[in-house]
Write a protein that binds this ligand. Structure first.
Ligand SMILES: NC(=O)c1ccc[n+]([C@@H]2O[C@H](COP(=O)([O-])OP(=O)(O)OC[C@H]3O[C@@H](n4cnc5c(N)ncnc54)[C@H](O)[C@@H]3O)[C@@H](O)[C@H]2O)c1
Length: 376
């Protein structure tokens, strides 16, 4: 089959393209090689350029004529191109909307009106649309709202129920209410909604995959706005301290990129039907402190891991995926353990140049705009 992969030179995209080529598919990649992510890297260093079934086009996903031309003859589209920095999205609001929402609208419009041979569009969504993860209170699923700054200032990190009741963390299922806490997350929710309405109206099916925190070899070590493992590993290699916010026990669902790519391929292989939305992750919470400790150990770093008690208003405490629906619909289950994934990631990191740390600058940009309240 002929596939168009937007953002195919990126982290997840480059893994996916390799997998699709191995599976005998013909692939067109549309990517603008954003300098924030790729620096001055040439496509040859990102993709198997020269492969007879791969066509690489450097261009912008917002370019109507280009997109129209590339959709000709495609049977499936995986739309990965996006701006991905949560903090950056808070002050580049129009740009994030343009790239993440407007371009998705354009893609769907072209598929619906001019390229109905496209059977299936897979959209890259994000666990960030949930905001805080799901919990149980008296046997009922609840998604608590943002933690109050008074509680955070008092070092009371765990979310509580409406009357201050303790909550039990559970995997977040797809039917949990969405409550984006950033512009980036809001763009991903808008992308999903466009996909849902589109699939109800046109013959092309749409699957939105809500990726958790994806890590692995080839993730951008340059982009200071996203990728906690990249940011930590770059600092650890320079002996710079790691600031662990809150008490370090806030947790996320870290999933290796090869599991994400397997889920995308499974989604492409399933008989598409209307609109589907699925979580994809490891299905397990891991604290940020544990990730930092594993990386520091594996990279033999002397950096100090500082549990600072700093906090950012709007940050969530925990979120991990309930994978039952992905298992049921796709037969998806993660295969890469955290230990194995981190080992592979670190082995690759060690082959990469150490880059000047930009994460403090990225943090300052936010605080200068009053968007990040970190306890001094
Ligand atoms: N990595 C994660 O943890 C994660 C988690 C949830 C969702 N996602 C989503 O998965 C997708 C892929 O993420 P990734 O981690 O591979 O990111 P990435 O930044 O490595 O890749 C994105 C690619 O899109 C390209 N791009 C950006 N703007 C473009 C434009 N205007 N036109 C054409 N190309 C453009 C970039 O050059 C890059 O190659 C994104 O949609 C992202 O929001 C990623």
């Amino acid at each position: 089959m002929q596939a168009l992969v937007t953002g195919g030179a990126g982290f997840i995209g480059s893994w996916l393209v390799e997998r699709l080529l191995q599976g005998g598919h013909a692939v067109t990649v549309l990517d603008n090689l954003s300098p924030q992510i790729h620096g001055t890297a040439q496509p040859e260093s990102l993709l198997p350029i020269g492969h007879p079934a791969l066509s690489f086009v450097r261009g912008d996903v917002r370019d109507r004529e280009l997109l129209d031309r590339l959709l000709g003859g495609c049977e499936m589209v995986v739309h990965l191109a996006a701006e991905t920095g949560t903090g950056q999205s808070m002050y580049q609001i129009a740009h994030y909307y343009d790239v993440n929402v407007q371009a998705t609208a354009l893609l769907l419009e072209l598929v619906g009106t001019r390229h109905r041979q496209v059977r299936h569009v897979v959209l890259a969504s994000s666990r960030s649309i949930y905001g805080e993860g799901a919990y149980l209170l008296g046997g009922e699923l609840i998604v608590p709202g943002s933690r109050s700054s008074q509680r955070l200032a008092a070092g009371l990190w765990e979310p509580v129920g409406p009357q201050g009741e303790p909550l039990q963390l559970i995997g977040t299922p797809e039917h949990a209410p969405a409550c984006p806490a950033s512009v980036y997350a809001a763009t991903k929710l808008a992308l999903e909604q466009l996909g849902r309405v589109f699939a109800q109206s046109y013959p092309t099916s749409v699957t939105a995959l809500r990726f958790q925190n994806v890590y692995g070899e080839r993730q951008s070590l340059r982009n200071p706005y996203t990728g906690i493992l990249s940011i930590f590993s770059n600092r650890l290699r320079q002996g710079l301290p790691i600031n662990l916010f809150e008490d370090g026990l806030e947790s996320r669902d870290f999933v290796h990129v090869s599991d994400i790519v397997r889920a995308i391929v499974l989604a492409l292989e399933m008989e598409p039907a209307g609109y589907t939305v699925l979580n994809v992750g490891s299905g397990e919470p891991t604290s940020v402190q544990r990730i930092a400790t594993m990386l520091a150990h594996r990279l033999r770093s002397k950096s100090e891991l500082q549990i600072s008690g700093d906090f950012r208003a709007g940050d969530i405490r925990h979120c991990y995926a309930d994978l039952r629906l992905a298992k049921d619909r796709l037969g998806y289950a993660p295969e890469v353990t955290l230990e194995r994934g981190i080992d592979a990631f670190c082995s690759w990191v060690e082959t990469q140049p150490v880059l000047e740390d930009q994460s403090e600058r990225a943090q300052r940009e936010l605080s200068d705009l009053g968007l990040s309240r970190i306890r001094p």
